[in-house]
Ligand binder design. Structure first.
Ligand code: FES
Ligand SMILES: [Fe+2]
Length: 406
């Protein structure tokens, strides 16, 4: 039997090397990515602080799909933003407040929990109870809301079990989103995630970041720093490392990791001068020169400092377009202008993300050359290399449950 073009591309990948070019621009592969990864896994939709009142909603948008994440009387709900009459989008604003969800086209109205309430002139013979908005699975870990399009989503409790305790110590549920920026990157989502997974590029590409973060060093130095960071973390009441990322995930879609690394050169947080930019978070009494790195699912990454947290979410738009949403979170009661200044809070990761956007887009242009052949990963790109191995296994539909419990 002859191989499909996708199988041929999978077979063409040399172990320890990057992906062949087709993975970054082939439409068939992109559709498989959506089906096997994004529509099958848990997606970070927002933080509970963004929906403080009943009727508050925000939209989750990815590759043409739109979901209304709303706080109803009965709790948080994720509803497909597709009218059950003739399919119009219902909510158009990225964030809002509503008593009912009313379709702008012909006026059908739905309760916040999705039931159809009114549809003028609709025959009484039609069973309205079957015409509620379609629900999408929703779950929560430490204030972070996740949704899942799959009919049978992978059990979120596994993620909560592995990561809940570690994240709780940082008080994530008691933060608020102070600011959020969507960076549109003209590149395939995998180039963006590969880039996030390695700091080999940090020294040449991120001067500001490298000043205070120990990650931008060779692997042996990095391991030494980790031991030091674990001591600091222990003294601060934080958990030790959790490693369930990529091929160690207990189930597909539940990739996670949690680790610490030290801040250097007198820096105690991720800011321009390394000094605090917001009130301390969690139960810390003084800043600790520590960065805590975590991952929930394949495309949500986070960084927690003593005074704020930064979330990174990568969502595909099309085969060569990705939205990288960066959110800055501070203690819930902190007041802008008094307890923190936005420009100072966002400076480092806004600067770093703009730099990343440029290098990722240059990478996309390079891999689109007909002469591009993937080169070898170095020892500073272990996580990017593991990501590529995981990706190919996932695309191939391999069952990750066989390594459950590791
Ligand atoms: S499409 Fe929504 S009311 Fe007609
Ligand atoms: Fe970077």
């Amino acid at each position: 039997m002859s191989k499909s073009p996708v199988d041929a591309l999978v077979a063409a990948r040399k172990s320890g090397h990057g992906l062949p070019a087709g993975f970054y621009h082939d439409a068939e592969i992109f559709e498989r990515d959506l089906q096997q990864i994004f529509l099958a896994g848990w997606q970070y939709a927002g933080h509970v602080s963004q929906l403080p009142k009943i009727g508050d909603y925000l939209l989750f948008e990815m590759a043409g799909e739109s979901v209304i994440v709303v706080r109803s009387e009965a709790g948080y709900r994720a509803l497909l933003n597709v009218c059950r009459h003739r399919g119009s989008r219902i909510c158009q604003q990225q964030q809002g407040q509503a008593k009912r969800l009313v379709c702008p086209y012909h006026g059908w109205s739905y309760a916040l929990s999705g039931e159809l309430l009114a549809a003028a002139e609709l025959s009484d013979e039609v069973d309205r109870s079957r015409l509620g908005l379609k629900r999408v699975a929703l779950d929560e870990i430490e204030g972070l809301l996740f949704i899942n399009f799959a009919a049978k989503p992978s059990p979120f409790r596994i993620l909560r079990h592995r990561m809940g305790g570690a994240l709780k110590a940082h008080g994530l549920a008691d933060l608020k989103v102070a600011h959020s920026i969507d960076y549109s990157i003209n590149a395939n989502w995998k180039l963006a995630v590969e880039n996030y997974c390695e700091c080999y590029h940090c020294r040449p590409s991120h001067k500001a970041y490298s000043k205070g973060h120990q990650l931008a060093v060779p692997r042996d130095q990095w391991l030494e720093g980790q031991a030091q960071a674990n001591q600091l973390a222990k003294a601060s009441g934080f958990s030790q490392m959790v490693d369930g990322t990529w091929l160690n995930a207990p189930k597909a879609g539940l990739e996670c990791q949690y680790a610490h690394y030290p801040l250097v050169n007198g820096h105690v947080t991720g800011s321009e001068d390394g000094q605090p930019v917001a009130p301390l978070i969690g139960s810390l009494q003084a800043p600790v020169a520590l960065a805590t790195d975590f991952q929930l699912g394949p495309n949500l990454f986070g960084l927690i400092y003593s005074d704020h947290a930064v979330l990174y979410r990568f969502l595909p738009v099309s085969v060569a377009e990705t939205v990288c949403q960066v959110s800055w979170l501070v203690r819930a009661g902190a007041r802008e202008g008094q307890d923190y200044a936005l420009p100072k809070l966002i400076w480092l990761w806004d600067t770093t993300t703009r730099e990343d956007k440029t290098i990722i887009e240059q990478n996309q242009l390079g891999v689109s050359s007909r002469y591009y052949r993937p080169g070898p990963f170095t020892s500073m790109e272990v996580f990017a290399s593991r990501f590529v191995d995981w990706y190919l296994a996932r695309l191939d539909g391999q069952n990750h449950d066989v390594i459950a419990g590791r």
